[in-house]
Design a protein around this ligand. Structure first.
Ligand SMILES: [Zn+2]
Length: 141
């Protein structure tokens, strides 16, 4: 039996994009990031989705669980992390396509959700590309 708390989905109004800030040659995914975040003392990976170099979308935390990826914004957001970005925007075509697909699906499921880069909430350069420009140029309906 599910109790009342388990049935109550948290409110989600933002998707926040990150990168791993690793070299393009590093083919990592949820397992490696989970390890890093555990080393920082977290329960598990802080992101909800990871987009590997080949475009594969891997699930980290489930959407009903609050993430740990953006200070002050975790409660109502979904954290997405693309693998790469060390010093430059080196997204693969497959990663860009998967990001679009994932954002479309979130938009369809969470009405009114807004999409941001981590750098809109922090001094960091993460996700090392301009999410606002990306949204202007891509059709996500
Ligand atoms: Zn970030």
């Amino acid at each position: 039996m599910l109790d009342q708390n388990q049935l109550k989905m948290r409110k989600i109004d933002k998707a926040i994009v990150h990168c791993t800030d690793t070299p393009s040659t590093m083919d990592i995914g949820t397992a490696e990031i989970d390890q890093w975040h555990k080393e920082r003392g977290w329960r598990c990976i802080g992101y909800h989705y990871v987009i590997r170099r080949d475009g594969t979308i891997e699930v980290g935390r489930t959407e009903d669980n609050q993430g740990a990826h953006c200070k002050g914004q975790n409660r109502n957001s979904i954290g997405i992390c693309w693998v790469g970005g060390k010093g430059e925007d080196n997204r693969t075509k497959a990663q860009t396509e998967s990001l679009k697909k994932l954002l479309k699906s979130l938009r369809a499921r969470y009405k009114g959700i807004t999409i941001h880069g981590h750098n809109q909430f922090s001094e960091k350069t993460c996700p090392n590309f301009d999410v606002k420009e990306f949204l202007k140029n891509e059709v996500l309906v």
